[in-house]
Design a protein around this ligand. Structure first.
Ligand code: COA
Length: 196
């Protein structure tokens, strides 16, 4: 029997609040619209100040469609759209990326627009981390979070990510500089927390 590649044929993950559905080019128009959210731009480091002229995605929706189609077949990442189950609306994206098979490590990113502060981000992160360890066989999942984003840091800590270090003044924002914190969760800690 042919083995299904968990990266090029990713699973759909279902929680209580959200569904993570593998993304492709057909999602680009909706994601492009959501990426115009200034808070998403600021907190993901995609924009460098409050000037509305700099806001919004740097790619067109068409270019984004090509990128999502390419990512859908990529062997080093899984890109999901976040669907809020109560409304059926796509509200963001979550990615496991930069797969390093030799070191069994992955990166993680997510953003949500229009549905924040009601538990979705926490559930999305739990689903993605569970998938990384239980299905993809990862040993380590890591991410970066900017110092001006305590909400995201709180979500990551709740799911088991631990602060490992700080890239000082890694992001320019307006006239200032913002630190980027490196956080990671390891498989043995995740397993112990589940058993506990
Ligand atoms: C960060 C993000 C993914 C979190 O998802 P969410 O659905 O809004 O978060 P949740 O509702 O699951 O949880 C938020 C938690 O942070 C806490 N929180 C909210 N604002 C906070 C603040 N200013 N300081 C500290 N904690 C805060 C909430 O109380 C909650 O914790 P609790 O469950 O212990 O009460 C989402 O807000 C988002 O996409 N923001 C914009 C883009 C972004 O920041 N992406 C991440 C880049 S690293």
């Amino acid at each position: 029997m042919r083995r299904v590649d968990p990266f090029t044929s990713p699973a759909r993950l279902t929680g209580e609040l959200v569904e993570l559905r593998p993304a492709d080019g057909r999602d680009a128009a909706r994601l492009h619209e959501l990426m115009a959210d200034p808070e998403v731009g600021r907190l993901t480091g995609s924009t460098h100040g409050d000037d509305p002229a700099d806001a919004g995605p740097s790619w067109s929706a068409d270019r984004l469609a090509e990128i999502y189609d390419r990512w859908a077949g990529a062997e080093d990442r899984i890109v999901w759209v976040i669907v809020e189950r109560s409304t059926g609306a796509t509200v963001g994206e979550a990615l496991l990326l930069d797969h390093d098979p030799a070191n069994r490590s992955l990166g993680y990113r997510l953003w949500i627009s229009g549905a924040r502060d009601r538990g979705l981000g926490t559930e999305v992160t739990r689903l993605a981390v569970d998938h990384a360890f239980a299905i993809l066989g990862a040993h380590r999942v890591e991410l970066e979070v900017y110092a001006f984003n305590p909400r995201a840091r709180r979500v990551y800590e709740k799911v088991g990510f631990v602060l490992e270090g700080t890239r000082r003044e890694a992001l320019r924002y307006g006239d200032g500089w913002v630190d980027a914190h490196l956080m990671a969760v390891l498989e043995p800690d995740w397993r112990a927390a589940r058993q506990g």
